[in-house]
Ligand binder design. Structure first.
Ligand SMILES: [Zn+2]
Length: 220
């Protein structure tokens, strides 16, 4: 029995083959015993001698691929939980800080129009823009008068002209220092990070001149 066990170890990793060899060189009685060896023996000395493929075949060890997959699945589950938590928190912040635009007012710079939490929670920062001011006069608007590119009437405190490639027409826009507007007009010189703010009279356009401000595209 001792000898056969040694032979079993030498025969490993092929457990089945080992059993066959044992049978062929032993009595019927011993064959019965030796055929029982692998099942009880694999967890002891022989386990270190069998290849990883065979360990998998007998269900003892997970492959590297299985472990990687399990780790990836765990990471994906954790990421999904984190994302759901973040979305829930974001919704709570939005609910606590509703964005209530105030249109159709006299436009002027005011430090009250800061990008507070109602803006940051409900909008996307687009960066710093160059601001100019225009009215419906010939000098500012040529022949277009107070008709916007989207078919509305220019209205102070609501109308701004934008580059539609940067800010889609119809968007709600928050301009820090100046408040809420709607992107409803375009202009030949209004490209990229430039916004033209409509005012109802030319003198104020002249006096406000050129400004710079952080701009937010608000969620609908
Ligand atoms: Zn003008």
């Amino acid at each position: 029995m001792h000898f056969k066990k040694m032979k079993s170890l030498l025969c490993l990793p092929a457990i089945a083959l080992c059993a066959t060899l044992s049978i062929s060189s032993a009595s019927a009685h011993d064959a019965t015993i030796s055929s029982n060896i692998p099942a009880s023996d694999t967890s002891v000395a022989s386990i270190g001698m069998i290849s990883s493929n065979e360990q998998v075949a007998i269900g003892l060890v997970r492959t590297t691929e299985e472990m990687v997959r399990a780790r990836e699945e765990l990471a994906a589950r954790q990421a999904a939980i984190e994302a759901a938590k973040l979305a829930e928190e974001q919704e709570a912040i939005q609910a606590a800080n509703p964005y209530i635009p105030n249109y159709e007012r006299v436009v002027a710079y005011s430090p009250d129009y800061i990008a507070n939490q109602s803006i940051t929670a409900n909008g996307t920062a687009l960066g710093n823009f160059k601001l100019t001011f225009y009215c419906a006069c010939e000098q500012c608007s040529g022949g277009y008068g107070n008709n916007t590119a989207t078919g509305t009437k220019c209205t102070e405190g609501r109308t701004i002209a934008v580059d539609p490639k940067v800010i889609p027409l119809g968007s709600e826009v928050f301009i820090e220092g100046f408040g809420s507007f709607i992107a409803e007009d375009t202009g030949g010189a209004i490209k990229q990070n430039k916004i033209d703010i409509y005012l109802s009279d030319h003198d104020r356009c002249y006096s406000l001149g050129v400004a710079k401000a952080n701009v937010y595209l608000m969620n609908k």
